[in-house]
Design a protein around this ligand. Sequence first.
Ligand code: BGC
Length: 345
Amino acid sequence: MESSQFGTLEDGTKVEAFTLKNTRGASAKVITYGATLTELWMPDRTGKLGDVVLGFDNLQGYLEKSNPYFGATVGRVANRIAKGKFSIDGKEYSLEINNPPNNLHSGPKGIAHAVWKAEPLHEADGAAVRFSIVSPDAKEGYPGNLSVSVTYRLTNNNELKLEYTATTDQPTLVNLTHHSYFNLGSSSDILGEVLYIAGDSYTPVDSTLIPTGEIQSVKGTPLDFTHPTAIGAHIAEMKGNPGGYDHNFVLGGTGKLKLAARASDATSGRQLEVWTTEPGVQFYTGNFLDGTLRGKRGVVYGQHAAFCLETQHYPDSVHHPNFPSVILRPGETFHSETIYKFSTQ
Ligand code: BGC
């Protein structure tokens, strides 16, 4: 495994990069800032490697407020918490409102914006690095000192395996996700890529993207990906400001490793399967990308330049007792796994 310096924060903290390589030529580059995946090189059907995730060439891009969480490890709580307020055991807590009127991805002091400790691991099947961080009590507004780890493993089977753990010293909330933006081909958008989602229901949202609490069938709606369908086939029917997909699909089976989704690109032949122990997956089509971000190798990222499949507990779960709980208590260990598995057709 190679390690190098990726950049330095204003306060002098160094950000390191690790490149995991496998025996098939694939590689994954991860940095200690946000335990972020910055590059993922996977073969097309001819064996030619391509970088299948969006990101920036240098640290500055990741530090900007405009960085839409490219490749980041998001927590303590991914997605939105209504009005940035919640209570646990009758005690109320407030978070920053960074996506009015809500909190999104735990705000600017969240672990996606912090430098993690890294520990390269030497394992039999491929390369791995474990990142860990302590999110201090009250820093982002959440109770408890939360110790989080995420291990990235690149196997010789072209799987990027993510394993998360978290423990706390006070009852708190945990909902960790990985926020890569994937484009499996070389087109400037993903509308022609085909998607299957292994969930026949979703959590509808209000105009501020907060779940209403209902769990609704996708049947007869543009959210029906229970049969492989081009992402662009019905996207125009997804009204909103901006339009597109930004929804949590219900997978169920918390704790059980199961297929969440399969995406493919006919031109490159690349296929991506997402497996997870999480009960939901947020399918997001880069609706807020608007051509103002210039990413790696000078590429301008326009709307729908990529898709995210963020495995997670449902958004705003703390306000919905019918959703699987995101409360973690002292003495418990949160554990989850997500696998991004690449192949070609
Ligand atoms: C959210 C989007 C948001 C994006 C970038 C996704 O997880 O669902 O609404 O724009 O993250 O922050």
